[in-house]
Design a protein around this ligand. Structure first.
Ligand code: IMP
Length: 188
Protein backbone atom coordinates (compact mmCIF):
# COMPACT_ATOMS: atom_id res chain seq x y z
CA UNK A 1 0.00 0.00 0.00
CA UNK A 2 1.36 3.43 -0.91
CA UNK A 3 2.15 5.65 2.09
CA UNK A 4 -0.27 8.53 2.53
CA UNK A 5 1.20 11.83 1.36
CA UNK A 6 2.43 14.34 3.92
CA UNK A 7 -0.28 16.86 4.83
CA UNK A 8 1.17 19.69 2.75
CA UNK A 9 0.73 17.65 -0.40
CA UNK A 10 -2.96 17.10 0.17
CA UNK A 11 -5.54 19.14 -1.60
CA UNK A 12 -6.29 21.97 -0.99
CA UNK A 13 -2.64 22.87 -0.43
CA UNK A 14 -2.52 25.34 2.48
CA UNK A 15 0.79 26.80 1.33
CA UNK A 16 1.84 28.43 -1.88
CA UNK A 17 5.38 27.51 -2.83
CA UNK A 18 7.72 30.46 -2.86
CA UNK A 19 11.04 28.63 -3.17
CA UNK A 20 11.19 24.99 -4.20
CA UNK A 21 13.23 22.34 -2.42
CA UNK A 22 15.31 21.99 -5.60
CA UNK A 23 16.09 25.72 -5.78
CA UNK A 24 17.05 25.72 -2.09
CA UNK A 25 19.40 22.78 -2.62
CA UNK A 26 21.16 24.51 -5.51
CA UNK A 27 21.58 27.79 -3.61
CA UNK A 28 22.75 26.12 -0.40
CA UNK A 29 25.42 24.23 -2.35
CA UNK A 30 26.58 27.53 -3.87
CA UNK A 31 26.82 29.15 -0.44
CA UNK A 32 28.79 26.19 0.90
CA UNK A 33 31.21 26.42 -2.01
CA UNK A 34 31.65 30.16 -1.41
CA UNK A 35 32.33 29.59 2.29
CA UNK A 36 34.84 26.87 1.40
CA UNK A 37 36.70 29.25 -0.91
CA UNK A 38 36.67 32.08 1.61
CA UNK A 39 37.71 30.04 4.63
CA UNK A 40 40.26 27.68 3.07
CA UNK A 41 43.08 30.22 3.70
CA UNK A 42 41.92 30.78 7.31
CA UNK A 43 41.18 27.24 8.36
CA UNK A 44 44.75 26.43 9.37
CA UNK A 45 45.07 29.52 11.56
CA UNK A 46 42.12 29.08 13.91
CA UNK A 47 38.98 27.03 14.32
CA UNK A 48 36.02 27.92 12.13
CA UNK A 49 32.88 27.76 14.27
CA UNK A 50 29.51 27.57 12.55
CA UNK A 51 26.84 28.78 14.98
CA UNK A 52 23.25 27.81 14.30
CA UNK A 53 20.57 30.04 15.76
CA UNK A 54 17.89 27.78 17.23
CA UNK A 55 15.53 26.62 16.05
CA UNK A 56 14.87 28.10 12.63
CA UNK A 57 18.35 27.63 11.17
CA UNK A 58 18.69 23.93 11.95
CA UNK A 59 17.67 22.51 8.58
CA UNK A 60 19.58 25.16 6.62
CA UNK A 61 22.67 24.55 8.76
CA UNK A 62 22.44 20.78 8.38
CA UNK A 63 22.45 21.10 4.60
CA UNK A 64 24.95 23.97 4.44
CA UNK A 65 27.70 22.36 6.52
CA UNK A 66 27.73 19.33 4.23
CA UNK A 67 28.82 21.66 1.43
CA UNK A 68 31.61 23.26 3.45
CA UNK A 69 34.91 21.67 2.53
CA UNK A 70 37.07 22.95 5.39
CA UNK A 71 37.18 21.67 8.99
CA UNK A 72 34.53 23.31 11.15
CA UNK A 73 33.04 23.08 14.62
CA UNK A 74 29.26 23.30 14.95
CA UNK A 75 27.63 24.98 17.92
CA UNK A 76 24.18 26.38 18.65
CA UNK A 77 22.71 29.37 20.41
CA UNK A 78 19.10 29.77 21.41
CA UNK A 79 17.45 33.16 21.35
CA UNK A 80 13.91 34.34 21.68
CA UNK A 81 12.33 37.62 20.76
CA UNK A 82 9.68 38.94 23.05
CA UNK A 83 6.44 40.09 21.52
CA UNK A 84 3.97 38.80 19.02
CA UNK A 85 4.96 35.68 17.10
CA UNK A 86 4.99 37.52 13.78
CA UNK A 87 6.30 40.94 14.90
CA UNK A 88 9.85 41.33 16.17
CA UNK A 89 10.03 43.57 19.23
CA UNK A 90 13.77 44.07 19.15
CA UNK A 91 14.02 42.78 22.72
CA UNK A 92 15.98 39.55 22.59
CA UNK A 93 16.98 37.02 25.22
CA UNK A 94 19.58 34.24 25.02
CA UNK A 95 17.73 31.08 26.07
CA UNK A 96 20.61 28.67 25.44
CA UNK A 97 24.22 29.75 25.23
CA UNK A 98 27.10 28.36 23.18
CA UNK A 99 28.82 25.29 24.57
CA UNK A 100 32.32 26.79 24.18
CA UNK A 101 34.07 30.17 24.07
CA UNK A 102 34.61 31.67 20.61
CA UNK A 103 37.55 33.90 21.48
CA UNK A 104 40.08 33.84 18.65
CA UNK A 105 37.86 31.71 16.41
CA UNK A 106 36.42 32.46 12.98
CA UNK A 107 32.66 32.54 13.49
CA UNK A 108 29.93 32.06 10.90
CA UNK A 109 26.46 32.75 12.33
CA UNK A 110 23.73 30.86 10.49
CA UNK A 111 20.24 32.36 10.59
CA UNK A 112 17.00 31.34 8.92
CA UNK A 113 15.81 34.83 8.07
CA UNK A 114 16.71 38.47 8.58
CA UNK A 115 13.39 40.26 8.85
CA UNK A 116 13.51 43.55 10.79
CA UNK A 117 17.12 42.71 11.64
CA UNK A 118 16.71 43.29 15.38
CA UNK A 119 17.39 39.71 16.43
CA UNK A 120 20.58 39.26 14.46
CA UNK A 121 21.78 42.76 15.33
CA UNK A 122 21.54 41.91 19.02
CA UNK A 123 23.15 38.54 18.50
CA UNK A 124 26.11 39.85 16.48
CA UNK A 125 26.77 42.56 19.07
CA UNK A 126 26.68 39.97 21.84
CA UNK A 127 29.01 37.58 20.02
CA UNK A 128 31.44 40.39 19.13
CA UNK A 129 32.03 41.04 22.86
CA UNK A 130 33.45 37.51 23.09
CA UNK A 131 36.36 38.56 20.85
CA UNK A 132 36.20 36.12 17.92
CA UNK A 133 38.92 36.48 15.27
CA UNK A 134 36.17 37.26 12.74
CA UNK A 135 32.42 37.05 12.47
CA UNK A 136 30.27 36.67 9.38
CA UNK A 137 26.58 36.06 8.81
CA UNK A 138 24.87 33.50 6.62
CA UNK A 139 21.11 33.80 6.25
CA UNK A 140 18.86 31.70 4.11
CA UNK A 141 16.35 34.51 3.63
CA UNK A 142 16.17 38.30 3.77
CA UNK A 143 13.07 40.49 3.71
CA UNK A 144 14.50 43.91 2.83
CA UNK A 145 11.08 45.63 2.86
CA UNK A 146 10.88 45.04 6.60
CA UNK A 147 14.43 46.09 7.49
CA UNK A 148 14.75 48.36 10.51
CA UNK A 149 18.46 47.65 11.00
CA UNK A 150 21.16 47.67 8.36
CA UNK A 151 22.60 44.17 8.51
CA UNK A 152 25.42 42.94 6.30
CA UNK A 153 24.63 39.40 5.18
CA UNK A 154 27.83 37.87 3.83
CA UNK A 155 26.17 34.66 2.59
CA UNK A 156 22.55 35.18 1.55
CA UNK A 157 20.31 32.50 0.10
CA UNK A 158 17.33 34.44 -1.21
CA UNK A 159 15.75 37.86 -1.00
CA UNK A 160 11.99 37.47 -0.52
CA UNK A 161 8.94 39.75 -0.58
CA UNK A 162 7.16 40.84 2.58
CA UNK A 163 5.29 37.62 3.26
CA UNK A 164 5.28 35.42 6.35
CA UNK A 165 6.99 32.25 5.23
CA UNK A 166 7.23 28.76 6.65
CA UNK A 167 9.16 25.59 5.92
CA UNK A 168 12.77 24.44 5.67
CA UNK A 169 13.16 25.25 9.36
CA UNK A 170 10.90 28.27 9.60
CA UNK A 171 7.77 27.95 11.67
CA UNK A 172 4.45 29.47 12.48
CA UNK A 173 3.61 28.67 16.11
CA UNK A 174 6.33 25.97 16.03
CA UNK A 175 4.63 24.13 13.14
CA UNK A 176 5.70 23.41 9.56
CA UNK A 177 9.47 23.48 10.09
CA UNK A 178 9.56 20.13 8.27
CA UNK A 179 8.06 21.44 5.05
CA UNK A 180 10.75 20.70 2.43
CA UNK A 181 10.17 23.98 0.57
CA UNK A 182 9.62 27.63 1.57
CA UNK A 183 5.94 28.47 1.40
CA UNK A 184 3.55 31.15 2.52
CA UNK A 185 -0.06 31.12 3.54
CA UNK A 186 -2.07 32.07 0.48
CA UNK A 187 -3.83 35.41 0.73
CA UNK A 188 -1.56 36.62 3.53
P1 IMP B 1 13.86 39.87 13.03
O1 IMP B 1 12.60 40.67 12.72
O2 IMP B 1 14.88 40.05 11.96
O3 IMP B 1 14.36 40.21 14.39
O4 IMP B 1 13.43 38.34 13.00
C1 IMP B 1 13.28 37.61 14.17
C2 IMP B 1 12.93 36.17 13.95
O5 IMP B 1 11.56 36.11 13.58
C3 IMP B 1 13.65 35.39 12.85
O6 IMP B 1 14.89 34.86 13.25
C4 IMP B 1 12.64 34.27 12.60
O7 IMP B 1 12.82 33.24 13.54
C5 IMP B 1 11.33 34.97 12.83
N1 IMP B 1 10.73 35.35 11.54
C6 IMP B 1 10.78 36.54 10.92
N2 IMP B 1 10.10 36.50 9.75
C7 IMP B 1 9.60 35.23 9.66
C8 IMP B 1 8.81 34.55 8.67
O8 IMP B 1 8.40 35.08 7.62
N3 IMP B 1 8.50 33.25 8.95
C9 IMP B 1 8.92 32.61 10.08
N4 IMP B 1 9.66 33.21 11.01
C10 IMP B 1 10.01 34.51 10.81
Amino acid sequence: MAPSPPPWNRSPDPFAELISAEAIAVRVAELGAQITTDYAPLANQADVVVIGVLKGSVIFLADLVRHIGVPIIVDFIGISSYGDATVSSGVVQITQDLSRPIEGKHVIVVEDIVDTGHTVHYLLENLATRRPASIKLASLLHKPERAERQIEIHYLGFTIPNKFVVGYGLDVSQQYRNLPFIGYVQGV
